[in-house]
Ligand binder design. Sequence first.
Ligand code: SAH
Ligand code: SF4
Length: 432
Amino acid sequence: MNVHESEKIAGILRGEGYGEESPLEEADIIVFNTCCIRENAENHAFGNIGALKKLKREKKGLLIAVGGCMTQEAGKAELLRKKFPFVDIVFGTHNLSELGRLIEKKRAQRKAVVSLLNERQETEDGIEPVRTSYPNAWVNITYGCNNFCSYCIVPYVRGRERSRRAEDVLSEVRSLIEDGYKEITLLGQNVNSYNSDGRGGMSFPELLDAVASIEGKFRVRFMTSHPKDFSEELARVIKKHDKICNLLHLPAQSGSNRILQLMNRRYTREKYLSEIGMLRALIPDCPVTTDLIVGFPTETEEEFEETLSLVREANFASAFTFVYSPRTGTRAAEMEGQIPEEVSKERIMRLVEQVNENTRALSATFVGKTTEILCEDYDDKKGLYLGRNEAGRMGYFKCDENPIGEFVTLKVERANGVSLFGELCRGDESER
Ligand code: SAH
Ligand code: SF4
């Protein structure tokens, strides 16, 4: 999501007459798109901004702007201004579309420009992003979040959920397909609650159905699905269209019902597992990926082990694993029973080991078979082209011609973690 937001920032800068990707020392403007979901992302941003002090002193015309969700956190914009007085522009997530105007304002005055809004109803339809990930393209369908999971800062810094109009989403996807994009990922903090404000004009399963009904050879992915809202109707739409990847990202966060309740996730382990069961009854062996947090306040060893057993029971294809990070202003940050760092570190290591075991097992199932890959890049170090199959496994292969942007069929010879290695086969050898 942040990558796509950066593409929009690049689009605004282009509109202001700036070119792209010059070396840092030659840049006329440097824009930080920060993230505050976890503390380490925030520390990273502070470190990177601080590192520009010297360059800014040496290069008087250089503009430095800081945006992204960190600036929306209570007190953070003031802290930024205090720690880094050389920052020229501070803008928030709700006024991304105004960046051009803020740059012009700063050019006309000496004083720094700080512009933050608490809430905004509009979506960002007017911005033409500079897309950097051909043949893949991200398309927002909602902004913000209404869920208030107790650990999460997103609703505070990105505001209430707003849905884009379905017809705007569809026309964006149509023009991306016309431009040759081959994979569309629909984005929202909880895509399943699309149209909760009535502004979309249709439900998420209907929207997904309409996107996948657009003519052309392309794939559709979507993220993120909140398990409290996952439905059989959605699973049926996934099954109905070959274009929709048979892969579901369904963040579980924990395998313990007590912790899920404290997290305010509004589903149980049993409901979660029954959803996966329902999905796999329709689409046998459908890969499911997830997000998991360890060390949530008061999490016991037994409760952590329930997360480990969920990984086995749900048979996750892979998972993003996080150590709980207290975020000021969230309910969990105020809870008693914060878990010591060394306990969380030990837990995450065990969790990663369990997830890796699953990852290896799923990757091994591809060995000796063919799989369709959308080639997206070339790895200079390996000297191989690469791209993902519909299950999200990265396939690596040699090719004499540049196949970036094409669907190719890979005969998988070996697997390593989430990576598959093999040879391309001719069309007549392929079988999906
Ligand atoms: N809207 C998505 C997730 C957005 S944030 C969803 O509900 O699934 C991406 C992931 O970051 C979350 O799924 C969660 O696992 C993790 N995360 C969010 N806040 C966190 C925190 N305070 N500490 C650790 N991990 C966190
Ligand atoms: Fe955060 Fe929960 Fe919203 Fe996801 S659904 S963004 S975890 S509050």
